[in-house]
Ligand binder design. Sequence first.
Ligand SMILES: Nc1ncnc2c1ncn2[C@@H]1O[C@H](COP(=O)(O)OP(=O)(O)OP(=O)(O)O)[C@@H](O)[C@H]1O
Length: 296
Amino acid sequence: METVLGVRGARHSYGATRALDGVDLDVGAGECVALLGPNGAGKTTLVNMVVGLLPAGDGVVRVCGGDPRVAATRRRLGVVQQSLGFPTTLKVGELVTGAAVRAGASRSAAGPVLAELDLTDLAGRRAAKLSGGQQQRLQLAMALVADPRLLVLDEPTAGLDLPARRRFWRLLAHRRERGTGVLITTHLIEESAAVADRVVVLDGGRVRASGTPDELVARLPDRTVIAKTSIGRARLEALPGVVSVRTDGEHVHLGTRTPEAVLRVLLAEDPGLSGLRVESAGLEEAVAGLMNRGAA
Ligand SMILES: Nc1ncnc2c1ncn2[C@@H]1O[C@H](COP(=O)(O)OP(=O)(O)OP(=O)(O)O)[C@@H](O)[C@H]1O
């Protein structure tokens, strides 16, 4: 498979904060890779490197073999980032045509993309007058109009309702069939499982896990057992079926796929157990489970 994105040893610090600490990442033509991680994991920093806004430290970033800090390489890229924005006094059609021309495509590329994103009827409307979801579709139209080899999408479905999300995923699938590689960042495990061929879990500026969604989901805890207990952390980590251990004030949160078995052992080993409840596992447990360690 042709590689449209290659990242090797990417490193970046903001003052004393090490945001990325030696990250490797590849995206092949037609492949969708989801970058998953909690707040502050380093996702945005990595995306900024991929789109040429930040240098890669002593690492290397290549888009279709070129440096994304060079304009000719950036033309192969389509980007949707919350922070990008656009001049809201311009009309939808003008913005998409302008994006086509800037990326070296013909003005006539705008029409089909507007239609693909259901924006044809809004082409004459000022961008400022669009709803949040329509603005997101406009950003995507601008990113897609020059038929990029790599599409970089930073939290692209935040603010979209479920039908809009599904439409968006279908559109991505269509583009991927034509060979566009996709790098998508998300907080949502469900989303990454729905769209990605591979998921890369980033935390603390490092890749903690990667694999197909099925491989990762099989390692995810799906329930959290919460309790106040005098059982020590080392013992909790060793309990059969416990995938992650996290403390939250006086409570411990145990990520597991076998909550009944965990409950039986807890009740047997701690007569003073209290505050017991079982919930669906959230992202923190899931990511802690994926990383095979408890978040402190
Ligand atoms: N401009 C900046 N100045 C200083 N520190 C920064 C800056 N941008 C990010 N950081 C820090 O770098 C680390 C990585 O941040 P980054 O924004 O890349 O994470 P993220 O995974 O995108 O998080 P989120 O999901 O919250 O957007 C964090 O500790 C963050 O506080």
